[in-house]
Design a protein around this ligand. Structure first.
Ligand code: FES
Ligand code: FE2
Length: 468
């Protein structure tokens, strides 16, 4: 198709707001290789049929050929801190029970009783064995059958054949992944460049500071894709334009056929390039100081110092290093400016978005909900650094559930971020409705060559995984 052979323009900048890659090169500390690396994947640029987002047969295909076949992010190790702790990981109609079975040993069991099918784990719980609430069939933590009440009535049950069925488990950086395909290659291949890129970030040295589980009336891919690009900032989050490099965002994709990873870097403390060459850097820097200060009540908020040798970005980064250093008894002195203030978000196919750096250390997880392709769950957590100086590891925040019709602003712990999430959420049911109303001949997406290339890549991998 005409248009897809044309050259890709890698972002849009202004005098006041250079491309992310230029900003990073000019920062006060040399960025680690991962941050300087660029991806080379080029999408063949196929159009995405809108039916993918609501067709029940397509959702069924995903359940069979995607969710039962790939490594997927389930939870964090700190969610189940003690041996015997367990938590459900539910993806569509399939559910697993993730159990800590040793100091650093985890197992994933199908979350269904072998007697009459009752879900075994409904929420965070604990115990030396797993007992079904219906008739008390009971299993040991290693999945072996422990007890059946009225054992005399089940002569047909061989204990050796009634262990709980398992999925594969892999861990990296405090994250727990599962793969129901017992013949799958180890997790490491699917992580692609993640382990290398996150070396300096040490995700294992972090804990879950807030944890939101939001039900959304939109397909899980609609929700995921709303967070893979900064193209929507100019319209959906226009109040952030004064301090966000939306159009100057850098997008990269790495794909070696096994690890399917993409990334965006959206600079902070610069005006949007849409605001023109003369947009105010002082305003951008002051707004960024204010935004970060909201998470640190009581801390005096600096303002842009035009006489400083440091750029505005570097001023914010330096202040963050000092404040976080004092607050957490950790040394941030070698952390690059970009890692202190920018929004750096990675994506691993199919459901995992770990953010990199102290700017916004979030983790997103996207999941289908039940059997309805029009509904999904988005899980969001903040992973803060574990304090230094011998302080104990803080406990993981409990999961706050937010219903379909409730807003993120019902969760006070997430502060200013709730405004941004609620702006995103307001679009999603409208997208889901509009998809179905499209004229038959135009029922495909038209994706940007650069800013939406992560969505192109996602669908390329999805198509291959589903055998389409
Ligand atoms: S269904 Fe689980 S013990 Fe009966
Ligand atoms: Fe957004």
């Amino acid at each position: 198709m005409a248009g897809d052979e044309l050259a890709v323009v890698r972002g849009f900048s202004s005098k006041a707001s250079p491309l992310a890659s230029e900003l990073i090169k000019g920062d006060t500390r040399t960025a680690p290789p991962g941050l300087l690396a660029t991806g080379s994947y080029v999408s063949p640029g196929k159009k995405v049929p809108l039916s993918r987002y609501y067709d029940r047969a397509f959702a069924k295909l995903e359940q069979e050929k995607l969710w039962k076949k790939v490594w997927q992010f389930a939870c964090r190790e700190e969610d189940i801190p003690a041996v015997g702790d367990r938590i459900p990981y539910t993806v569509g109609e399939t559910s697993f029970m993730i159990v800590r079975t040793g100091a650093s040993e985890f197992r994933a069991f199908y979350n269904a009783c072998l007697h009459r099918g009752t879900r075994l784990c409904d929420g965070l719980s604990s115990g030396e064995s797993v007992r079904c609430p219906f008739h008390a069939w009971e299993w040991n933590l290693d999945g072996s059958l422990k007890n059946i009440p009225s054992r005399w009535d089940f002569p047909q049950v061989k204990t050796s054949e009634y262990s709980l069925p398992e999925a594969k488990v892999g861990t990296w950086g405090g994250f727990i992944f599962i793969n129901p395909d017992l013949n799958a290659a180890p997790l490491s291949a699917s992580l692609g460049i993640l382990a290398e890129h996150f070396k300096t970030f040490e995700p294992e040295q972090r804990f879950t500071a807030f944890h939101i589980s939001k039900k959304v009336r939109a397909n899980w891919k609609v929700v995921l894709e709303a967070f893979l690009e900064s193209y929507h900032v100019v319209e959906t989050h226009s109040d952030a334009l004064s301090f966000t490099g939306d159009a100057s965002t850098q997008y990269d994709i790495w794909d070696d056929g096994k690890g399917h990873i993409s990334r965006l870097i959206t600079p902070s403390a610069v005006p949007s390039p849409h605001l023109g060459d003369e947009a105010s850097i002082a305003n951008a820097v002051n707004a960024t100081f204010q935004a970060f200060a909201l998470a640190m009540p009581g801390v005096p908020v600096p303002t842009f110092d035009a006489s400083s040798q440091l750029s505005g970005r570097a001023q914010v980064a330096e202040w963050r290093r000092q404040m976080m250093g004092v607050g957490l008894a950790r040394d941030f002195s070698s952390v690059p400016d970009a890692s202190m203030i920018d929004s750096i978000q990675y994506f691993m196919f199919p459901n995992f978005c770990p953010w990199y750096g102290e700017g916004l250390p979030l983790v997103y997880q996207f999941l289908p909900y039940g059997d309805d392709p029009n509904e999904s769950v988005m899980n969001v957590r903040l992973t803060a650094p574990v304090p230094g100086g011998g302080a104990p590891r803080p406990p993981s925040a409990p999961i706050r559930h937010i219903g379909f019709d409730e807003a993120f602003n019902t969760a006070p712990e997430i502060g200013l971020l709730s405004i941004i999430f609620d702006q995103d959420m307001s679009n999603l049911p409208r997208i889901q409705a509009g998809l179905k109303a499209a004229e038959e001949g135009r029922a495909v997406t038209t994706l940007g060559r650069y800013q939406e290339q992560r969505i192109r890549h996602f669908h390329d991998v999805l198509s291959a995984t589903l055998g389409l």
